[in-house]
Design a protein around this ligand. Structure first.
Ligand code: SAM
Length: 354
């Protein structure tokens, strides 16, 4: 498997990092925050959970996430993504988005004061049909919907929830009508479950006008069933899709996780997120806050950093910022997925937020 090396960060990252307030020790600017607002989920997708309910770490009042976010925005974070668990299960999510949309970076950080924050949401889409318009009105910028098959029966086999497919399709269409654009549909490919959905998803992207993004399966599932053989890789996706129509790569931003492609006739966009076969850790700009208020510096970290404990202990905003700066210096250089020395993450995806 190909692996990037980044023991010496590129000059462009170094040059940019000088005027950024929050930068890790490898010169990566940290501008992208993902907050899990609950670890409850109404689906039990095979690549994420077992069929059982599983343990929960719990969640925090929205005002606590808001304070954490305000401190981070003051340090240069300009992209926020709400995730979970299933974030739309959380009552009050629309009001929370409205409050987030009011946040502004103070003078002195690189983010231009007048720029609105980018506030995105990752959801399974089950409850999106009724919430898309209110979320847009509250200030949500974009939405990504997870959908792992375009065939309703297969969808049920993967999510373990009968009848979900129609809800999700309705959610995707409502998001488009609400102007939550660009609209992305994420599909995790897991061998034996849905690799035959690659071409149908290509057709879906063209017909629905959405960007379909295939994600390589990562060892973050509760059941610990991952092995290299279960991963449907970027190269395999391109080869399979070429049997339908060839894809042509188009430019993507350095910090973007997905490689971007268009079909050769210019209609329909496909993204491929390939953390296993083509890692992109060298450009990682993300940190995560779990639903119980812990910072995770990498999806597959073996430890968390308890930001909420600092708050409970009475830390001022300045002390929280110092704590965060210290944590950022511990951000891992890269992941070791697929290597003999790989140690599984201390939490699984449903407890981190993707
Ligand atoms: N419930 C929401 C949803 O379904 O999108 C948000 C949480 S979910 C954990 C976030 C993303 O992580 C989804 O796109 C999901 O497909 C992806 N995901 C979950 N487990 C994964 C795994 N083991 N490998 C790769 N992606 C995974």
């Amino acid at each position: 498997m190909k692996r990037e090396t980044f023991s010496s960060p590129s000059d462009s990252i170094k040059a940019k990092s000088e005027d950024l307030p929050l930068t890790d020790k490898f010169g990566r600017p940290i501008t992208d925050l993902r907050i899990s607002i609950t670890d409850r989920c109404n689906y039990k997708c095979v690549y994420c959970r077992t069929g059982n309910e599983g343990a929960l770490y719990g969640d925090l009042p929205f005002e606590d996430y808001l304070r954490m976010t305000r401190v981070l925005v003051g340090m240069g974070v300009n992209k926020i993504r709400l995730t979970g668990g299933e974030p739309l299960l959380r009552k009050g999510v629309v009001e929370f988005v409205r409050e987030l949309a009011q946040l502004r970076a103070p003078n002195g950080v690189r983010v231009r004061n007048e720029d609105p924050l980018d506030i995105a949401l990752t959801t399974n889409g089950h409850l999106l049909a009724d919430l898309a318009q209110p979320l847009k009105a509250a200030g949500l910028t974009r939405v990504t919907v997870s959908m792992d098959a375009v065939d309703p029966d297969r969808f049920t086999r993967i999510t373990r929830v009968p009848g979900g497919y129609d809800h999700v399709l309705a959610g995707i269409r409502a998001a488009r009508r609400a102007g939550l654009w660009p609209l992305k549909v994420n599909c995790v490919l897991m061998r034996g479950f849905n690799e035959d959905q690659i071409i149908p998803f290509g057709m879906f992207a063209r017909e629905e006008g959405v960007t379909v993004r295939f994600i390589e399966f990562m060892p973050l599932e509760e059941g610990r069933t991952w092995s290299p053989n279960t991963v449907v890789t970027l190269d395999e996706i391109l080869t399979r899709m070429a049997e339908y129509r060839p894809l042509v790569e188009i430019p993507h931003a350095r910090s973007e996780t997905a490689r971007r492609y268009r079909f050769d006739d210019g209609v329909g966009e496909i993204g491929i997120i390939a953390p296993v076969s083509h890692p992109f850790c060298g450009h990682c700009s993300r940190i995560r806050i779990t639903s119980d208020g812990k910072i995770r510096t990498c999806l597959v970290s073996v430890w968390d950093h308890d930001l909420h404990a600092q708050m409970r202990g009475g830390a001022s905003d300045g002390e929280l910022a110092d704590f965060i700066r210290g944590v950022i210096q511990k951000k891992e250089e890269r992941h070791h997925i697929g290597e003999p020395d790989f140690v599984p993450a201390s939490r699984t995806m449903v407890h981190i937020g993707g």
